[in-house]
Design a protein around this ligand. Structure first.
Ligand code: TMP
Length: 212
């Protein structure tokens, strides 16, 4: 039985190492869904436009120093400041394609050695994605793609640790995609998985919360 009130947009998250191709795929998914007439927006975290986002941005550019716990909580706060907007978009049937979310938060901070459960705690109560698309690529291959910029985390040794942390977070909502395949192949695969998810949420699926 489809309760009209449960019909909503889908919360779809793309995750992966730096240079895995997330951002390209997010924009392709956005145009695909738009062309099909769906209401859809593309979001990203960190959202550098908010006050908290500007602090994060300056940290990532190595223009400021922050304790590892403090920056972790800022990344999390940056998601919390968008939570209610996120919920209202989804309830008003807009699908959100999100470039990075809590999984990045936990993977990157725990890669620095912070306790995994401590890292997850501030994310509890954020909306749980309907689908997490993990663009899988080895840290070495990602590094070969070039374009590692000057941002703080864009270093091979650190990315190796992040890849390991991601592995501990993977659950049944995740789909692991081989990101070493040609962009068009990846795109085709993602479109198919995403459409299925969008339709399920359209038919009606309750929203749930992360890690509770
Ligand atoms: P971006 O390159 O996708 O804008 O992300 C900036 C960096 O921030 C990237 O190296 C991943 C990292 N990050 C965290 O450490 N914690 C988080 O919660 C998020 C969303 C990103």
């Amino acid at each position: 039985i489809n309760k009209e009130s449960d019909s909503r947009g889908a919360l779809i998250v793309l995750e992966g190492l730096d240079r895995c191709g997330k951002t390209t795929q997010c924009s392709r998914l956005l145009s695909h869904l738009e062309e099909l007439g769906h209401s859809v927006e593309s979001w990203r975290f960190p959202d550098r436009n908010t006050g908290v986002g500007q602090m994060i941005s300056s940290y990532l550019a190595n223009k400021s120093h922050l304790d590892d716990h403090a920056i972790h909580l800022l990344f999390s706060a940056n998601r919390w400041e968008k939570r209610s907007l996120m919920e209202s978009k989804l309830r008003s049937k807009t699908t959100l394609i999100v470039d990075r979310y809590s999984f990045s938060g936990v993977a990157f901070s725990s890669a620095k050695g912070l306790d995994l459960e401590w890292c997850k705690a501030p994310e509890k109560g954020l909306l749980a994605p309907d689908l997490v698309l993990y663009l899988d690529i080895s840290p070495e291959k990602a590094a070969e793609r070039g374009g590692y910029g000057d941002e703080r985390y864009e270093q091979l040794e650190f990315q190796k640790k992040v890849a390991q942390s991601y592995r501990t977070l993977c659950d049944s909502t995740w789909k692991i995609i081989d990101a070493t395949r040609p962009v068009e192949d990846v795109e085709k695969q993602l479109k198919q998985i995403v459409m299925e998810c969008v339709l399920t949420c359209q038919k009606g699926k309750p929203l749930s919360q992360l890690w509770e």
